[in-house]
Design a protein. Structure first.
Length: 281
């Protein structure tokens, strides 16, 4: 393999939700900067999610793309809601790749087109949304923080939140309520861990994208929901200041590459919007 150079040379990144979408984009962007990747994904369907989720074939494609970019890539099938599975994933990463320097708590789901759900349905979609995007973030940081401390070299953790975590978004359903609550809640986790881990030179930040052109958004169910003008009002949390209707995943990846690099060595505890000005005052 040709020796690589880049801002992240010699680093290992532990990325959840890496089989496709933003997670895959982040894995490739970090690999191009010299990092090796532990690519985690559930790689199966969660019953309440109305669009097709990632598969093992998607995860394998991420591995192949990272390898093409010159990086090592360890695929791990794990559910972020299961803290013991996540602990096992960390142990596997350390055994195979030797260390963890960067953690991207990126796994996410979006429940859409669930209007008219009954109480049981609301409870299920709420539980799955909060399980993946709040409990899953806690689990991810809980099992990766100590190995990073033990290494003694510092590190960087980035949580994927959303503009919905800064401005709010709600359609009355359990899934969107869980999404919005989780995207707000992880800001509290980020700020708390930034204070806890700062003395170990481990930086903790969150990114807040607006809509990103990934399979979570680019699907028939979301298109049907957004076609209703009333729903569009709910989902458009604010006007855009820039003429960008939807982000490319690379827009978020570019911000994350900077945030995890030494170029941002003095940056911790921030909420970084990547949103064309949606959340600007």
């Amino acid at each position: 393999m040709t020796p690589r150079s880049g801002r992240l040379q010699g680093k290992v990144a532990f990325i959840t939700g890496a089989a496709r979408g933003q997670g895959r984009s982040h894995a490739l962007a970090l690999a191009r900067e010299g990092a090796d990747i532990a690519a985690l994904d559930i790689a199966e369907q969660i019953e309440t999610v109305p669009y097709p989720m990632s598969t093992r074939a998607d995860l394998d494609e991420t591995v192949a793309l990272v390898q093409e970019a010159g990086g090592r890539c360890l695929p791990i099938v794990a559910d972020v809601r299961d803290i013991h599975a996540m602990d096992g994933a960390v142990k596997e990463t350390l055994a195979e790749l030797g260390r963890i320097d960067i953690v991207l708590a990126n796994a996410g789901i979006l429940h859409i087109a669930q209007q008219g759900e009954d109480l049981d349905g609301a409870a299920r979609t709420w539980a799955d949304a909060v399980g993946v995007m709040m409990t899953g973030v806690f689990n991810t940081i809980r099992v990766t923080a100590q190995p990073m401390i033990d290494q003694g070299d510092g590190g960087s953790i980035v949580i994927t939140s959303s503009t919905a975590g800064l401005s709010g978004m709600l359609d009355g359903t359990g899934g969107i309520a869980g999404y919005t609550a989780s995207k707000h809640g992880v800001i509290g986790l980020m700020r708390g861990y930034a204070k806890l881990l700062g003395r170990h030179s481990i930086r903790v930040n969150s990114v807040h994208p607006m809509g990103v052109a990934t399979p979570m958004v680019m699907n028939d169910q979301f298109a049907q929901l957004y076609a209703d003008p009333e729903n569009a009002k709910i989902l458009d949390v604010a006007p855009r200041l820039l003429p960008i209707n939807i982000l490319d995943a690379a827009d978020v990846s570019n911000a994350i590459v900077w945030l995890v690099s030494d170029d941002a060595r003095a940056i911790t505890g921030i909420t970084l919007p990547v949103d064309a000005g949606v959340t600007s005052p």
